[in-house]
Design a protein. Structure first.
Length: 209
């Protein structure tokens, strides 16, 4: 049974409160939560909101180390979304080869979902920060300013993915329009499996190190 949003929030909060291996723990929690669901925008947004809430409530100290913990946790979420974008791209390519009627409209919708991942991430951070203490608000503001200036890992990944999908787009130019909702569900299902594989491979690397 998938972890609820409240369980994700609680697990992330406990990781921040412990102050131990924050980056890896937040990354593992959010990756696991995403792999338990279909990889669609609604589920991604729900997990991100829960994780950011957990980060905000798990940092209670007004100190520089606390700000560093915040940045580590945000970096973990950014990296998870980067992996999510990778999984979505591979899912689109697999779906395009599997579905004879994978249309230009389907591809545009799937690509738009990938492109929106960075916006979901940054808007979630901004929204949670408004209801948090001054330290979290300031840390979030600094994080968002840095992201606006330098970009995010998921944003850079999305940009390169959209360019790589041009081949899929060309292949689908003459295809017949299929049911967009059906195609989106297939992409989400395939993406979940791919992300699970990515998560398992990362866990394997961690175990060996």
């Amino acid at each position: 049974m998938p972890h609820t949003a409240q369980q994700v929030e609680d697990d992330v909060r406990e990781a921040l409160e412990s102050g131990i291996d924050i980056y890896q723990r937040v990354k593992a929690i959010t990756l696991k939560a995403l792999t338990e669901r279909q990889l669609d925008l609604e589920n991604i947004k729900s997990v991100m909101e829960a994780a950011v809430k957990g980060i905000a409530s798990g940092i209670t100290r007004q100190s520089e180390p606390a700000k560093a913990d915040f940045d580590r946790a945000m970096s973990a979420l950014d990296d998870v979304l980067e992996k999510t974008a990778q999984a979505s791209k591979l899912a689109i390519e697999e779906a395009a080869s599997r579905i004879g009627e994978f249309s230009e409209n389907d591809l545009s919708r799937a690509a738009a979902d990938i492109q929106s991942l960075e916006q979901i991430f940054l808007e979630t951070v901004e929204n949670i920060a408004r209801d948090s203490n001054k330290m979290i608000f300031d840390a979030a503001r600094n994080f968002l300013a840095h992201a606006q200036k330098n970009g995010t890992a998921v944003g850079r990944q999305a940009h390169s993915i959209l360019a790589a999908l041009s081949d899929v787009r060309r292949q689908g130019q003459n295809a017949v329009l299929s049911g967009a909702a059906t195609t989106a569900a297939i992409v989400a299902e395939i993406g979940s499996g791919i992300l699970t594989g990515i998560a398992e491979s990362l866990e394997g690397l961690k175990t060996k190190s």
